[in-house]
Design a protein around this ligand. Structure first.
Ligand code: NIG
Ligand code: FE
Length: 408
């Protein structure tokens, strides 16, 4: 495999504990992994004749973004409901009359595995264009054994060629499907006794997630699903407190889940409990923005308490149709008062840790995978400062170029 040296970086934003930002830095890659990181003068002495030089042209270089919460496998989209919401309908009203997630489920069930793979590959280009090199990806638009397995197989195939890393999560408890509306308890039983064992047997997911809300899956139902998942060796993530205050977050703390996601309605009093339980908060400001709400999660309160805040897109066809981490960085800084470097850490090191991959991705350090991006900027603060553009100029996964833009 090839040897690369990335030189002429205005800033190498390593996100390593020491030397977080190296001015005029350079990076040496060998067989897809980072071999050395440091000031250009030091790294240059290590360059051998068989090394390909990549000139960053005085731009910044960062680890690839890690998007730790996405729902990328779905058929169709919901631009029609978007227009209804603009006219006054709410997300919950649309869901209650059978639209929303259930509408996407009907369409996704009809699509073949190959159809869905083609759609997911299309969205994969959008992620790469934004500088993302790893996504956590949830099922949840199948809601039957067959359709959930189909989506998880799509996710496995999506990750197979190594163009974008994919960490799969089973979200069978995303909504009660049409055929179970009158008997929701039976649906929970099906998730626990039919779906989870199959998912675990075929090793199709690393995590299990539940949409925990009083009118979707109650705390008791979510607990039952997550206990079963844990027994099968899956890690736990929870859609918590998106609409209802201090609801799912209490369960996340009780279960010591890996993450609690959303947390727009979580009171500061609950942050201590999350911290004590080692739960990482995954904040999704693009869904707040797209739903036209102003209730962003209290990132400052969490950071001040030392919680390892993660930011993600929540890419999905209903509440957050964006694959753009640069957009999320902008929202985090302007709406949640996160500092630029805090926001960048939230989509790199902290996101990697929340996916139990802190040892191999998330920072530019020797031994980790060479997932890095050359951005069209001279200072990392320009990433959240300029907004509504795609700053990534060259995106590498394991030392291989996966996207490049000549427009700059
Ligand atoms: O994270 N809250 C539940 N799930 C998604 C929305 C899914 C959809 O509307 O299709 C979310 O916001
Ligand atoms: Fe989500």
């Amino acid at each position: 495999m090839s040897h690369l040296a990335v030189v002429h970086c205005a800033q190498l934003v390593t996100l390593a504990r020491s030397a977080e930002i190296v001015p005029d830095g350079a990076l040496l890659v060998r067989d897809g992994r980072i071999q050395a990181v440091g000031p250009r003068r030091v790294i240059e002495t290590l360059i051998t004749a068989d090394t390909e030089l990549i000139d960053a042209g005085g731009r910044i270089v960062l680890p690839g973004f890690i998007d730790a919460h996405t729902h990328p496998v779905f058929a169709g989209n919901r631009a029609d409901e978007f227009e209804e919401r603009i006219a006054g309908a709410t997300y919950s009203e649309i869901a209650a009359r059978g639209g929303g997630i259930r509408g996407t489920v009907r369409r996704t069930r009809e699509a073949t595995e190959d159809d869905l793979l083609a759609i997911a590959r299309h969205y994969r280009e959008w992620f790469l264009r934004g500088g993302t090199t790893t996504i956590e990806a949830k099922s949840g638009y199948g809601l039957s054994l067959e359709a959930e397995m189909k989506i998880l197989r799509v996710l496995r195939r999506l990750g197979e060629d190594g163009r974008l890393r994919v960490v799969p999560t089973f979200l069978g408890a995303h909504e009660i499907p049409d055929e179970y509306r009158s008997r929701p308890a039976e649906y929970v039983q099906s998730v626990i006794h039919e779906m989870l064992p199959s998912v675990a047997r075929e090793k199709l997911a690393e995590f299990c997630d539940v949409f925990c809300e009083p009118n979707i899956f109650s705390i008791d139902e979510a607990r039952a699903v997550l206990h079963a998942a844990r027994r099968l060796g899956l890690g736990l993530r929870i859609h918590a407190d998106q609409f209802t205050a201090d609801y799912g977050s209490r369960l996340a703390a009780e279960l010591r889940a890996t993450t609690a996601d959303h947390l727009e309605s979580t009171g500061a009093a609950n942050f201590e409990a999350l911290k004590a339980a080692g739960v990482a908060p995954v904040l999704l400001p693009a869904s707040v923005y797209h739903l036209g709400s102003a209730r962003y999660a209290d990132a400052r309160g969490m950071l001040d308490l030392g919680l390892p805040v993660v930011l993600a897109t929540d890419f999905n066809p209903g509440s957050s149709p964006t694959p753009s981490i640069p957009m999320v960085l902008s929202l985090a800084c302007t709406q949640m008062k996160m500092r630029p470097l805090e926001a960048i850490a939230a989509v790199t090191v902290n996101a990697a840790a929340s996916l139990c991959r802190g040892h191999e991705i998330g920072s530019l350090e020797p031994g980790k995978w060479a997932d890095f991006v050359i951005h069209d900027a001279e200072d990392y603060r320009e990433l959240p400062y300029f907004f509504g553009r795609d700053p990534a100029r060259a995106v590498y996964v394991a030392g291989r170029l996966q996207f490049s833009s000549n427009i700059y």
